[in-house]
Design a protein around this ligand. Sequence first.
Ligand code: ZN
Length: 271
Amino acid sequence: MPELPEVEVTRLSIAKGISGAVIQSVTVGKPLRWPLGCPPEGLIGRTITAVRRRGKYLLLDLDGGLLLIHLGMSGSLRLGQSLEARGPHDHFEMETTLGTLRLRDPRRFGAVVWARDEGAEEAKKLLGSLGVEPLSDLFTVDGLFAGLRASRAPVKQVLLSGKVVVGVGNIYASEVLFLAGIRPTVKSSTIGLARVRRLHVAIREVLARAVERGGSTLRDFASADGSEGHFQLEAHVYGRHNEACRACGSPVRMIRQGQRSTYYCIRCQKA
Ligand code: ZN
């Protein structure tokens, strides 16, 4: 599943190329997770002025409205001058004066949604409950501490919910908790300030590094210019059930939390 780093890498790979492009035609394939919310022809003639990101949403600013793009479970976005012929999994495409922007999404959990602005109902529904951006200055130790303090749920679940901080998806949650030495099952509200500080550093470092390396959590993920990421090769615990912990040699454990796999080391993450 594309996570925040993949979405940020996608943003970086298309932002320069598409800014200033005028939309010339729009082709919509099979239904995605949510409807577009405007007639496709309504986008024609509009200029894409910027590409931003909020959580896992890409925000394409238009001169009049914006498009919110979510890559769902299996989506990828490509921008090119001469893409190959449209395939059965290409469900949204815009021809622009600066190339074709195409969303390929075999499982169709992704979406492209039009909104008048970020304050519009349809945008608030998607963006309204998102926590702070982990790579922004708004993400502070105090804010993280207060957010974790407020919940009695296991810390992994609180991180995954995205309500305190966005972008810590399933793989990254196991990784950052390992780096912070915190057991994923521990009650969120009981974590002291010193460990929250370590967690804050770990979240920033892991996500920033993943963006830097072109992050990949999906095997066939490719950024919009076709180059591939390789974050998965470096996981400390994720996907390493029964393999030796890279720090202490104990076998890495796997448990299920909320139907998702969690990996941790019982020696390095005592509580
Ligand atoms: Zn260990």
